[in-house]
Design a protein. Sequence first.
Length: 132
Amino acid sequence: MSDPKVGRVFYRGSVENFQPLEFARAEAKMVGQLMGVRPLLGEQATKQAVLDMIHCVSLVHFAAHGNAERGEIALAPTATTVTEIPDENDYLLTMSDISRVQLRAKLVVLSCCHSGRGRLGLKELLELLELS
């Protein structure tokens, strides 16, 4: 899943306009080609489409805007009328959404707008290895 067309939405009490992430679409196409699958792109990358498919795949790759503190990924909103601005429930994939589906993936990649800025220390790495 990559480059969801989020656009103008309500986010944390105000209207925000999420711009496409540079190279996210190319990233997803490359991963899709390597894995032999067609990725969800643009308007197809909705919250509902992800929830419908996530339980039956072994690799999940997100290339989208996200909020690490709140554990959210911004996806394309479900269809709304032209005058309606989507609410957070229409497009944000949250940790509670994921906890309600049977996630069977052996690998989940979060390539979000700020994911490359963090630091992983030895303690965090050991904790991650214990989870696997």
